[in-house]
Design a protein around this ligand. Structure first.
Ligand SMILES: [Ca+2]
Ligand SMILES: [Ca+2]
Length: 85
C-alpha cells in the first residue's frame, strides 16, 4: 500500500517537474504563459490551428497546464527540433 502510494506521489511530482521544465524552456519572458511567438522563437513550427487547439481557455497563451496537456502533439521532435521533449 505504501509502495503504491509513493509511486503515485512520485508520478505526480515528476509530471509537475516536467511541466515546469517545459515552461522554463519556452517561456522566454518568464510570465508563466507561453505564446505562439515564444514557441517560434524557441525553434518550433506550429500551426495556428494547433496552438488554438492547445489553448483550452482561448486566451491566446498556453498556461503550464495547457502546455502539459498538449505537449505530446504540440512539442514533437518534428515541430520543435531544437527543444523536443
Ligand atoms: Ca511568456
Ligand atoms: Ca490558455
Amino acid at each position: 500500500m505504501n509502495k503504491v502510494l509513493s509511486i503515485l506521489v512520485l508520478t505526480f511530482l515528476s509530471s509537475g517537474a516536467i511541466a515546469s521544465d517545459l515552461m522554463k524552456r519556452f517561456d522566454l519572458d518568464s510570465n508563466d504563459l507561453v505564446t505562439m511567438v515564444e514557441l517560434e522563437q524557441a525553434g518550433c513550427t506550429i500551426k495556428n490551428s494547433m496552438f488554438k487547439a492547445a489553448d483550452r481557455n482561448k486566451d491566446g497563451t498556453l498556461s503550464k497546464k495547457e502546455l502539459r496537456k498538449s505537449r505530446d502533439y504540440l512539442l514533437t521532435r518534428k515541430r520543435c527540433p531544437k527543444t523536443a521533449v
